[in-house]
Design a protein around this ligand. Structure first.
Ligand SMILES: CC(C)(COP(=O)(O)OP(=O)(O)OC[C@H]1O[C@@H](n2cnc3c(N)ncnc32)[C@H](O)[C@@H]1OP(=O)(O)O)[C@@H](O)C(=O)NCCC(=O)NCCS
Length: 180
């Protein structure tokens, strides 16, 4: 799908159902066969909507942006805030970045990431990290956006060992240019 006009803006509590729908469909598309089926099946639209309504409404450390496309509504989301680990010396972190699979390759991921970089810098962060499943081809996207591999780890998720890779941007001011 080409030539998609999108707008990125801060999420509102009433966006929670749309955010949840994108989050679940993108998770299912990306992680089927990679993450435990038990985990994927445990996600419900109601549960995810409640999670995102609470996060957006709290206005706390985790902030949420959405990408909207005309009548289609919310087609992408991202959340960000302070880094949870001291990885690669980065102080900011993108916690989530998910685009509706029907809209992959339309520039929505780039727009969301670029906007999150702007927001992080506005809030005083100098750099940024993102953790991804090591088997997720998203690494090519992050490299195209100027990120570089800064760390690797293994975590336990529902009894499975999950390999993860961290991509970092050491200067958000430069990162914004790569993402636009
Ligand atoms: C990864 C993701 C956010 C990218 O968003 P997108 O809207 O599809 O990507 P864009 O159209 O903005 O692509 C931007 C650039 O990255 C490149 N790119 C995107 N996905 C890529 C892939 N899978 N492999 C190689 N390059 C890729 C594109 O070629 C594009 O470069 P160009 O515009 O210079 O040609 C999206 O595909 C997605 O939600 N994937 C599933 C969920 C996921 O893995 N999220 C990350 C969890 S850590």
């Amino acid at each position: 799908m080409d030539d998609v006009t999108i707008a990125v803006r801060r999420a509102r509590p009433q966006d929670a159902a749309g955010v949840a729908a994108v989050y679940i469909s993108s998770w299912h598309d990306t992680y089927a066969g990679i993450l435990p089926a038990q985990l994927l099946c445990a996600m419900t639209p109601e549960g995810q909507a409640a999670r995102w309504r609470a996060t957006i409404g709290a206005g706390g450390r985790e902030r949420v942006l959405v990408a909207e496309q005309g009548a289609a509504g919310i087609v992408g989301m991202t959340s960000y805030g302070p880094a949870r680990d001291n990885v690669g010396g980065c102080d900011g972190e993108i916690y989530t970045l998910y685009v509706d699979p029907n809209y992959f390759g339309c520039g929505i991921g780039r727009a969301l990431l670029g906007s999150a970089f702007v927001e992080l810098e506005r809030r005083g962060y100098a750099s940024c990290v993102i953790w991804a499943h090591a088997k997720n081809p998203v690494r090519y996207f992050y490299e195209a956006m100027g990120g570089r591999l800064v760390a690797q780890r293994r975590i336990r998720l529902m009894g499975d060992v999950v390999p993860e890779a961290a991509f970092g941007w050491s200067r958000l001011a430069l990162a914004q240019r790569a993402a636009h």
